[in-house]
Write a protein that binds this ligand. Structure first.
Ligand code: UDP
Length: 239
């Protein structure tokens, strides 16, 4: 069956920048709605979905630190930025009738649930999309690492990383027209070749817990569903 998902429970990692669309900063509502509809189409196939969203479209700890701000404080600001993105995504999903819960690693009781592992799993079993906010809750980490951590905790069969291009290349395909795309890669290849996919701690965590990482383009319509069914262009990272 061409349209049968190969995975039962997955985590989708979306960078903050992906939600920016063509803008310089913040959120593009069209882009947020598009990603929401992609998530909906996967939920309709019965796949359990959770999501980690970055905050780079609003604030990044490293850039805050370059202006003289204390790094930890800047990182907490970055984590708060992810909460804004998660609320936008929750709103877009609920508008297309997908039931959701936001769970945050930093407790913000008025707007979302605190992160509770077993409760998050229960939500997914009930068909709700769980959106994880505030990364790992710790400064000096990234939302890529949070994605690998939550995917492990949730017992996900795959971690899907939505990027600007349709997989991992040996050099930046937006700058080099001869860049070669990989269909498959090992975790160790990514680490030793220092390929810019996810940071090393995220790759190591996925490797230790044997969670395949599927890298695909956020710009290709229907790609999330296609990749889950083993169709289309993407890079699969495994052992
Ligand atoms: N951040 C953090 N700890 C985490 C996750 C994120 O301190 O566990 C902060 C960090 O400052 C980072 C910002 O939040 O720059 C936004 O996250 P990230 O850069 O991963 O977002 P993305 O690049 O995916 O948009």
């Amino acid at each position: 069956d061409e349209d049968k998902p190969l995975y039962r429970r997955v985590l989708l990692k979306i960078s903050g920048e992906a939600l920016m669309g063509d803008r310089e900063y913040g959120l593009d509502p069209d882009m947020v709605n598009r990603v929401a509809s992609e998530v909906r189409s996967v939920c309709e196939q019965g796949v359990e979905v959770c999501v980690v969203i970055g905050g780079g479209n609003i604030f990044r700890g490293v850039s805050g630190a370059t202006t003289g701000m204390e790094r930890a404080t800047a990182d907490y600001m970055g984590m708060l930025a992810t909460v804004i993105n998660c609320l936008a995504m929750q709103n877009a999903l609920e508008r297309c009738a997908v039931s959701t819960r936001v769970q945050s690693a930093l407790h913000i009781h008025a707007v979302c649930e605190p992160y509770i592992r077993r409760r998050a799993i229960r939500h997914m079993e009930k068909g709700r999309v769980v959106i994880f906010a505030a990364g790992t809750g710790n400064p000096f980490f990234t939302t890529d690492t949070a994605a690998a951590l939550r995917a492990t905790e949730m017992g996900c069969d795959a971690l899907l990383k939505a990027t600007q291009v349709d997989g991992v290349y040996d050099s930046d395909p937006l700058k080099n027209k001869d860049a070669q795309r990989f269909d498959t890669l090992s975790y160790l290849d990514v680490l030793s070749k220092d390929l810019k996919v996810m940071d090393a701690s995220a790759i190591s965590l996925a490797r230790e817990n044997k969670i395949p990482i599927l890298v695909f383009s956020i710009h290709k319509h229907g790609a999330f569903r296609d990749v889950l069914c083993g169709r289309g262009r993407y890079t699969k990272i495994t052992d």
